[in-house]
Design a protein around this ligand. Structure first.
Ligand SMILES: *Cc1c(COP(=O)(O)O)cnc(C)c1O
Length: 345
């Protein structure tokens, strides 16, 4: 049976161009810095983020962990949103392996942190306190529904944080979705952050990998920490080749994913029993709730039987993420099934 998988944009398969590039990739031992394809990917990624250098890592989770470990020492405190991916979905690695205290502050509905909250929780010098050394922000914000931090806000956060003597790491797993939606070069969203990570394996369709970008000095240190975490990869050019294709040709098409998300959200809005807000749909993550009285797990079961996969966000809240392998007719098909299910009730 055909499945329409809207759980995440991570389900995208590598394209034919990627497979060809992987097959033909020139490789070497990257632990010696001798893989030309990895080196090329790292140089392209750094350029795209407006940073001096970058590092190819196994995943977004690894990139973020390396960033935290590079910016901090054991016992430091980091500030981050209570809905952030680093806090919620990275196995507590920052605490377990980095030995840092995760001090969360409220993310508002659109993934922003209040500047007053940041200022309030930064630790003063006091014998009782850990030292605050890092703030993490997220763009687009996953849990909040693919919401965007714009350039003005990001710069304000960086300015405040830097005045307070703290570094800023941007978890930009979907930073290209943010830049695409804003219609601006990605560099404008990363200009003042000290480090930024982004995923190659989500909407950009590469099979594996993520990039961590920052200054030359930062990346030098980060490279050693990646090695410590077991992330030193040898002929990694095989997978880096797909990453190059992702950056060179897959960014432009993200706008399609946003259009399809809009089509989905608008369709959902017209179905009685489903609540969605297409006017406030920032990127490719459609959040919606079910108001029919049908139990969320029953609803998911119905959809599963029809070959439709969506994500559960707890209670009667769900998410559907559009990506390259979802066509407009898939969206229409999904909407038709939703309508049938809701009509039956
Ligand atoms: C997906 C994601 C990550 C982690 O990426 P993985 O490659 O799945 O480890 C980190 N941060 C955000 C915001 C994400 O959406």
């Amino acid at each position: 049976m055909k499945t329409i998988d809207l759980r995440s944009d991570t389900v995208t398969h590598p394209t034919q161009e990627m497979r060809k590039a992987m097959f033909e990739a020139e490789v070497g031992d990257d632990v010696y810095g001798e893989d030309p394809t990895v080196n090329r990917l790292e140089s392209i990624a750094a350029d795209k983020m407006g940073k001096e250098d970058s590092l190819f890592t196994t995943s977004g989770t690894q990139s973020n962990l390396i960033a935290v470990l590079t910016h901090t020492v054991h016992g430091d405190e980091i500030i981050l949103g209570n809905s952030s991916h680093i806090f919620l979905n990275e196995v507590g690695g920052a605490a377990a392996l980095g030995g840092v205290v995760m001090h969360t502050i409220q993310n508002d509905r659109s993934g922003h942190l209040d500047l007053n909250d940041i200022e309030r929780v930064v630790r003063r010098d006091n014998i009782h306190y850990p030292k605050t050394t890092l703030l993490c922000i997220e763009n687009t914000h996953n849990q909040c529904g693919g919401t965007i931090l714009d350039q003005v806000y990001t710069n304000k956060v960086c300015e405040l944080t830097h005045i307070l003597g703290i570094k800023v790491h941007l978890d930009g797993a979907r930073i290209f979705n943010a830049a695409t939606a804003l219609g601006i070069p990605t560099q404008l969203l990363t200009e003042n952050v000290d480090s930024v990570s982004f995923c190659l394996s989500k909407g950009l369709s590469a099979p594996v990998g993520s990039m961590l970008c920052g200054s030359k000095e930062f990346i030098k240190k980060a490279r050693k920490i990646r090695k410590m975490l077991g992330g030193g990869m040898r002929q990694a050019g095989i997978i880096a080749a797909a990453g190059i294709v992702a950056l060179e040709i897959m960014v432009e098409r993200l706008v399609e994913d946003h259009k399809k998300a809009k089509r989905l959200a608008q369709g959902l809005e017209r179905i009685r029993g489903i609540n969605s807000d297409s006017d406030n749909l920032p990127t490719n993550i459609v959040m919606f709730s079910l108001e029919t009285g049908l139990s969320p797990s029953k609803f998911m079961d119905y959809l599963w039987e029809e070959g439709i996969r969506i994500g559960s966000r707890g209670g009667n809240l769900f998410r559907a993420v559009t990506h390259r392998e979802i066509s407009s007719s898939d969206i229409d098909e999904v909407l038709a099934h939703f309508e049938t299910i809701c009509r039956k009730l």
